[in-house]
Design a protein around this ligand. Structure first.
Ligand code: MLC
Ligand code: AMP
Length: 504
């Protein structure tokens, strides 16, 4: 039987070779990975998970959580990871929309999530970050020799929710081949081998930490230091024995500010990759001055996996995201007509290739609206291609804030604020933030006589929105600036409040 993605992972796995080491010194070999993912796949089958069923997972980062992703792949299930910051109100939507057979949560969330899961007839099991929980208890009774379920290239491996510009989040359907083809391309492009040791400090519920970092490691038979979160001291310590780091720009901003970042401290490292948000040229330059390493910036998104990358050999140019990856076509078009524009002209970035997803879960109209007739996906990012072929991202056609690598759709935050008593309307913007790149900021118009203040707005959002979506500041104005069409001019607000976080 063949399982498109896992067969390739298995082929790269030397059972004796190291796979994961955690901060507390726990170690897993590739043999352990094969055994535990097999037992977990057995547990999924025992719980009635059948091929094509969704398995929603909201748990803390741990090696076992990564094995659960692999178990889903092996059992033919569709893995649906959820940010640990999501509130119960947010979870209700995801569970209702995806209708998973099984929801796996941290033991502390069991009661709250069970009430939601019951409404949608989903079963709930637990997994904690110390090797415990009901799902692992069941897995330990299962045979490690699981026979992988047959899956072809186009079968779904995962659904990752990505917020919509209007309405609710959309589930991006990713196939076995979307994940495998992109990870194999990145492994080759970035020269990953079994000799590599990656510092893995990203969360594993998004494309970057789950697919880019973990799948590339797996497909090269490399190993990783698996950290629960990014910490600059810890990362610098591990650079004595690691070879590579993948991070969002905030990692590099924090490293550059660290007195321990020197040539000597990074001498054993061969690669630093950045992505998920724009890396300031200033950070790129400062990192290179202090270490002699040019950070390799790449560009991707949930729907497309990775699209472009600066070269491994050759110039890694600050402020660009490099060239289209092998097998990926990138073009820039006039946003309205979809006609390709000349090099050097800014337009909409569109991509096509084996990396591009299969559409949005149960939203055929939304899927159709985001593809051109010839199969190119409209990214919503504005960019240009320079005379050397480097892609530059110069802005966003979508109203989106990216804070520390997490996407926040202003509309979602505005809808929550507008529903509060005493609010006439609000506009949520991203303004430069020295640590997170952009800081979520709300500008609110109050009803006459309303006493609502910043604290009241923030308190009202606590149980509604994940922490990273909550504004860092709430400001009050008499009126929002509008153009002649009546549309709120967010560019004016961004200018007005441009220095809000300066020096923070
Ligand atoms: C944490 N906080 C954030 C935040 N992360 N606020 C805004 N934006 C963020 N990204 C909140 C915390 O809850 C806390 O709130 C306060 O800010 C300070 O927290 P911290 O301890 O300084 O944060 P830390 O835990 O160090 O996390 C920062 C971070 C983390 C940047 C390391 O956010 C992170 O790992 N981001 C990576 C996101 C990612 O993987 N994105 C990839 C998406 S895939 P308080 O007030 O309660 O103390 C994708 C496609 C692609 O985009 O191309 O890769
Ligand atoms: P997500 O929807 O969370 O997958 O985020 C994808 C978005 O992140 C893209 O559409 C871009 O706007 C942004 N992004 C990812 N990588 C980069 C990068 N290197 N530079 C600028 N923006 C990026």
């Amino acid at each position: 039987m063949s399982n498109h993605l896992f067969d390739a992972i298995r082929a790269a796995a030397d059972p004796e070779a190291p796979f994961i080491e955690t901060a507390d010194g726990r170690r897993w070999t590739y043999g352990d990975m094969l055994g535990l993912s097999g037992q977990l796949a057995g547990a999924l089958a025992a719980l009635g998970v059948t091929p094509g069923d969704r398995v929603a997972v909201q748990v803390e980062k741990s090696p076992e959580a990564l094995m659960l992703y692999l178990a889903c792949v092996r059992a033919g299930a569709v893995y649906l990871p959820l940010n640990t910051a999501y509130t119960l109100a947010e979870l209700d939507y995801f569970i209702g929309d995806a209708e998973p057979r099984l929801v796996v949560v941290a033991p502390k969330s069991r009661d709250g999530v069970s009430a939601i899961a019951e409404k949608y007839s989903a079963r709930v099991e637990t997994l904690d970050d110390a090797g415990g929980g009901s799902l692992l208890d069941l897995a330990r009774t299962q045979n490690a020799e699981f026979v992988d379920v047959e899956r072809g290239p186009d079968d779904l491996a995962a659904i990752l929710y990505t917020s919509g510009t209007t309405g609710r989040s959309k589930g991006a359907m990713l196939s076995h081949d979307n994940l495998l083809s992109n990870a194999a391309t990145l492994r080759d492009h970035w020269r990953f081998t079994s000799a590599d040791k990656l510092i893995h400090a990203l969360p594993i519920f998004h494309t970057h930490g789950l697919f880019v970092a973990s799948n590339v490691t797996l497909l090269s038979g490399a190993s990783m230091f698996f950290l629960s979160k990014f910490d600059a001291d810890e990362a610098l310590r591990l650079m004595q024995t690691a070879t590579a780091l993948m991070g969002v720009p905030t990692f590099y901003v924090r490293l550059v500010q660290h007195p321990g970042l020197t040539r000597e401290a990074t001498a054993k490292m061969r690669l630093f990759v950045s992505g998920s948000a724009p890396l300031l040229s200033e950070t790129h330059r400062s990192f290179s001055e202090k270490t002699g390493h040019a950070i390799l910036e790449r560009y991707g998104m949930t729907e497309t996996n990775m699209n472009t990358s600066n070269p491994y050999d050759g110039d890694r140019i600050a402020g660009t995201v490099g060239f289209p990856l092998p097998g990926v076509s990138v073009r820039v078009t006039d946003p309205d007509s979809g006609t390709p524009v000349a090099d050097g002209v800014t337009g909409m970035i569109e991509v096509k290739g084996p990396n591009v997803f299969k559409g949005y879960w149960r939203m055929p109209e939304k899927t159709a609206a985001e593809f051109r007739a010839d199969g190119f996906f409209i990214t919503g990012d504005l960019g240009k291609i320079d005379e050397r072929g480097y892609v530059h991202i110069v802005g966003r056609g979508k109203d989106l804030v990216i804070s520390g690598g997490y996407n926040i759709y202003p509309k979602e935050v505005e809808t929550e604020i507008d529903a509060m008593p005493g609010v006439v309307e609000s506009a949520v913007i991203g303004v430069p933030h020295p640590d997170f790149g952009e800081g979520v900021t709300a500008v609110v118009v109050r009803e006459k006589g309303a006493t609502l203040d910043e604290k009241a707005v923030l308190d009202g959002l606590k149980d509604r929105l994940a922490r990273y979506k909550q504004p860092k500041r709430v400001l009050f104005v008499d009126d929002l600036p509008r153009n002649t069409m009546g549309k709120v001019q967010k560019n004016i607000l961004r200018q007005t409040y441009g220095d809000l976080y300066a020096g923070k």
